[in-house]
Design a protein around this ligand. Structure first.
Ligand SMILES: Cc1ncc(COP(=O)(O)O)c(C=O)c1O
Length: 418
């Protein structure tokens, strides 16, 4: 297929295709195949939507059987067998074993839909319009989520004001030098701070788009305590780093806390089909029937695939396997830094890692390295405040051999440009 069909007719807004300019046709496990037969190792994993790899057999079989049985394809939010099984699978395999008590809200199928619903219910329940979001955070592109997203380029795209959000410092960069918790506490405690008390704090436990910035368990615990102290809801946006990415199913588990509201999307469907949910503590579930709705808030196929993945979660033992894979990635990245330039830095945990190029004198270096990676058969993207972080996001099921293969390709690319 000619690439011109995209370049001529598709909007200028297209983006990933500019970094990976080829036409893809098939995919399996950790690899994507292009129409010319070339195979690419995927360290991008649909920006976190493909934690179980491409077309996992156990999901695909269920989907095929469902399609062949003429299973319901669309039902708004009516009761369906597929939805019931998804809810049960989430309860049995994830929520009950953790003794978590949350109601499940199905929103429109993208992550930003879930964030919008979380913000709305928090404002409704607390009767306050302000939200505290965090510098460097990313929550989606619809106006409410965008108002909580730090990136100026994305914010400008709104073309309008993005009100009712105050950004608080996340413990990173220069802000890591200050006591961010004491600062937020002071803002909330001072009736003359000039900042309205928020309904909720919305945060990622690992800022993924923000540059793989990992908040410590202690910081997360203190945020939880601050929320309790000041009667503020805590919303964890687990859309990118949930579903096992950081080692546990939920990314906040390492801090031993429970948010009041959790947003999940991306890998919750098990195979990249669109699905988004909000988990609400029962006392926060103050919605009236249909008060927040949407035609596609019940993606039946995604329920089928998502249930298959959740049912398998306990036996996949991803949490156990991840320790050695995380170590492999960490060690591999450290060796790259040692070999090429000590100004590079490394952050991450589980199966999300970032090599930060910010201290390098040439801001285009990272783009050249990533372009060479692609030429040599690896799909990997950059992220971060200034796009200077190489983000490792392989499928959780990638084998150690595949992880080594990716690291080798990166090493060759760095060798060429350093
Ligand atoms: C943490 C986080 N929240 C929300 C979103 C928005 O999800 P979507 O692009 O599906 O709207 C993303 C997308 O990358 C994300 O990483």
């Amino acid at each position: 297929m000619r690439k011109e069909v995209f370049e001529q007719y598709e909007s200028e807004v297209r983006s990933y295709c500019r970094a990976f300019p080829t036409v893809f046709t098939r995919a399996k496990g950790s690899y994507i195949e292009a129409e010319d037969g070339r195979r690419y190792l995927d360290f991008f994993a649909g920006a976190g939507a493909l934690n179980y790899g491409h077309n996992p057999d156990f999901v695909k079989e269920r989907l095929i059987a469902y399609l062949q049985s003429d299973g319901i394809m669309h039902a708004l939010d009516m009761y369906t067998d597929a939805k019931g099984k998804f809810i049960q699978a989430l309860q049995d395999n994830i929520l009950l074993p953790r003794k978590f008590n949350y109601r499940i809200q199905f929103t429109g199928p993208t992550g930003t839909n879930a964030v919008e619903a979380a913000l709305k219910i928090a404002r409704k329940v607390k009767g306050r319009s302000n939200i505290f979001a965090f510098q460097g955070g990313f929550h989606g592109m619809s106006l409410g989520s965008l108002a909580c997203t730090g990136n100026q380029y994305n914010r400008k795209g709104a073309g309008t004001t993005l009100p009712n959000v105050t950004f608080m410092p996340y413990p990173f960069g220069p802000m890591a030098q200050i006591d961010t918790i004491a600062y937020i506490d002071a803002v909330l405690s001072d009736p003359s701070s000039g900042i309205d008390k928020p309904a909720a704090m919305l945060l990622e436990t690992v800022q993924a788009e923000g540059g793989v910035v990992v908040a410590s368990a202690e910081w997360l615990q203190k945020i939880r305590a601050l929320c309790d102290k000041h009667d503020i809801l805590m919303i964890v946006d687990d859309i990118q780093v949930g579903c096992g990415r950081t080692g546990k199913f939920f990314s906040f588990e390492r801090a031993g806390i429970q948010p009041d509201i959790i947003t999940l999307s991306k890998s919750i469907s098990g195979c990249g089909l669109p699905l988004a949910i909000v988990l609400l503590k029962p006392e926060i579930d103050k919605w009236g029937p249909g008060e927040h709705n949407g035609t596609f808030r019940g993606n039946q196929l995604a329920f089928v695939s998502g249930a298959a993945a959740l049912e398998r979660w306990p036996q996949m033992q991803l949490e156990q396997q991840m320790q050695s894979k995380a170590q492999l990635l960490e060690q591999g990245c450290k060796q790259l830094i040692e070999r090429f330039d000590s100004r590079l830095t490394l952050r991450g945990l589980g199966m999300i890692w970032g090599i930060d190029f910010s201290a390098m004198s040439d801001p285009d270096l990272i783009e050249r390295v990533l372009a060479t990676c692609f030429e040599n058969g690896l799909i990997i993207e950059n992220c971060g405040r200034k796009g200077q972080v190489m983000k490792f996001l392989p499928p959780l099921v990638a084998s150690e051999a595949e992880l080594k293969e990716g690291l080798d390709i990166i090493e060759q690319a760095m060798q060429k440009h350093f």
